[in-house]
Design a protein around this ligand. Structure first.
Ligand SMILES: [Zn+2]
Ligand SMILES: [Zn+2]
Length: 480
């Protein structure tokens, strides 16, 4: 793993703040448990259960101390839940916190007990008096006995209506370039711009909407992208895909868009990960788990199901959108078009309850039936897969609506982070709200923050993705 991070819900964050930030200004402490979430390059601890101390389990005297009974009780709870142990304490200062020598000694000591009982590294966290977090994992040395090494996290992410991230300034430096971004920075200030430049944003699906979302984000100052798409550029993409030209036909979409957004960026060295897999394959799925925010620019049920799952189980907010065009039977007249944008995940309505995919269709797709011509002949194919009528202007509008969802979530103009689910009725020129909430029996609301412990695996083999990759391989062999 290259990076470490922590995520928690706002509900847990508030409970911890209430306990750890004391009105008398003294420090306090607590234990908790975490569930792992392993991406390709980033390991995240998802805070699961808070174990507050009883009166006789710790003493507060300026700083705080715990008694061994509390450690034993907490470690046992973590082990029973098959989760890792978290040790949290507060400092009376703002921002990302460094560690004092006594802090290090204390956490190293707890690491040994935590690892022996839970088999997982201890997660140490410090809360500043401005509600900023800092965090580190303590890994056992593989050779030297009783030795634990600290791996500092790059960020701690709190997801509520807003996504609030504390970044580790030492490990994750801002990338914004003031001279090229004067107008943007004057809209929301340097700090917001710096934070935008430190987010890792995943874009899943680089078709018309995904390519335009990438372009807007690049110009807005996002500097760390992961593009996930197995597909190649085809002639039919040319009328709607941003940054794609005749000469790109046959190339991987992620490659072409990566080059395009690098050119568009006002920042010199942006990082663009190119993942030539579906998010339904393990490689694509793990790359998605490395991200702070995901854009779902796919129209297939399986990929939507996987992204919906990630947004709840792994607490990574997903911004999704879609376009439906209504035409007459012979496709010679447009009757109307609607497109929508929404953010899903914790405290929000899920994609399945919003009617954006059906589990049974996702299952059919994962089993290969949706792409089997003999199977789909007998069913109402159009109901499952849109036949793709679309126009560049529609994609540009929905892409912009999706990025506006992102800005509300992260920048919160006017203090508002949750703008809800929006639908644009093109023929009438009306923007509507969709107030639906999840059905009472919604599965996704039961897996919030369960990370790797949901017992569900949604990724698998993806035949079409494999075919597309091998077609490109044959093509590049021919060229060389
Ligand atoms: Zn301390
Ligand atoms: Zn739901």
């Amino acid at each position: 793993m290259n990076n470490y991070s922590v995520t928690l819900t706002e509900r847990i964050h508030k409970q911890l703040c209430n306990h750890l930030i004391r009105s008398d200004g003294q420090e306090d402490l607590s234990f908790a448990t975490y569930i792992p979430s392993s991406g390709e390059e980033r390991f995240t601890g998802i805070i699961s259960k808070i174990i507050l101390p009883s009166k006789d389990e710790r003493s507060v005297h300026g700083n705080a101390e715990f008694y061994s009974e509390y450690l034993i009780r907490s470690t046992r709870i973590a082990a029973e839940r098959k989760e890792g142990l978290v040790f949290l304490h507060s400092h009376p200062f703002p921002g990302w916190q460094g560690m004092s020598y006594p802090d290090e000694i204390a956490e190293k000591r707890i690491s040994a007990t935590a690892f022996a009982v839970t088999g997982r590294p201890l997660l140490g966290m410090t809360l500043g008096n401005d509600e900023s977090w800092s965090a580190r994992f303590w890994f056992k040395d593989e050779k030297i006995k009783r030795t634990y090494h600290r791996k500092c996290c790059i960020s701690v992410r709190v997801i509520g209506e807003k996504l609030a991230v504390t970044f580790n300034d030492r490990l994750l430096k801002p990338k914004s370039e003031i001279h090229n971004q004067i107008r943007t920075i004057s809209s929301w200030g340097q700090k917001t711009q710096d934070d935008i430049s430190r987010l890792k944003i995943g874009i899943v699906g680089l078709g018309s909407v995904g390519s335009i979302v990438s372009e807007i984000l690049s110009r807005t100052g996002v500097a760390d992208f992961i593009l996930i798409d197995f597909d190649s550029v085809e002639a039919k993409n040319l009328d709607r895909t941003q940054g794609v030209y005749q000469s790109d036909i046959g190339k991987a979409k992620v490659k072409v868009i990566a080059n395009s957004i690098k050119r568009s960026s006002p920042i010199k060295n942006i990082s663009v990960g190119q993942i030539e897999y579906s998010v339904c394959e393990e490689e694509g799925y793990r790359a998605a788990l490395d991200c702070d925010i995901l854009f779902s620019c796919v129209d297939r049920p399986w990929a939507r199901q996987v992204l919906n799952f990630i947004s709840y189980a792994h607490l990574i907010p997903v911004i999704d959108g879609g376009i439906k065009v209504r035409t007459n039977f012979s496709n010679t007249k447009i009757l109307g078009a609607t497109w929508r944008a929404h953010t899903v995940g914790y405290e929000r309505t899920c994609l399945e309850c919003l009617g954006q995919f059906k589990s049974e269709h996702a299952k059919l797709e994962s089993e290969g039936f949706l792409d089997d011509p003999t199977y789909i002949k007998g069913m109402t194919h159009k109901n499952i897969l849109h036949s793709g009528e679309n126009v560049y202007a529609f994609s540009a509008h929905v892409a912009s609506m999706e990025v506006l969802q992102f800005l509300s979530l992260f920048v919160s103009p006017g203090g508002v982070s949750k703008i809800g689910q929006q639908i644009y009725q093109m023929s009438l020129g009306i923007l509507e709200k969709d107030d639906r909430i999840c059905y009472p029996n919604c599965f996704y609301q039961t897996i919030i923050g369960k990370g790797e412990h949901t017992g569900v695996k949604l990724y698998g083999n993806h035949e079409i993705a494999e075919i597309k990759r091998s077609e490109r391989k044959i093509r590049s062999n021919k060229v060389s």
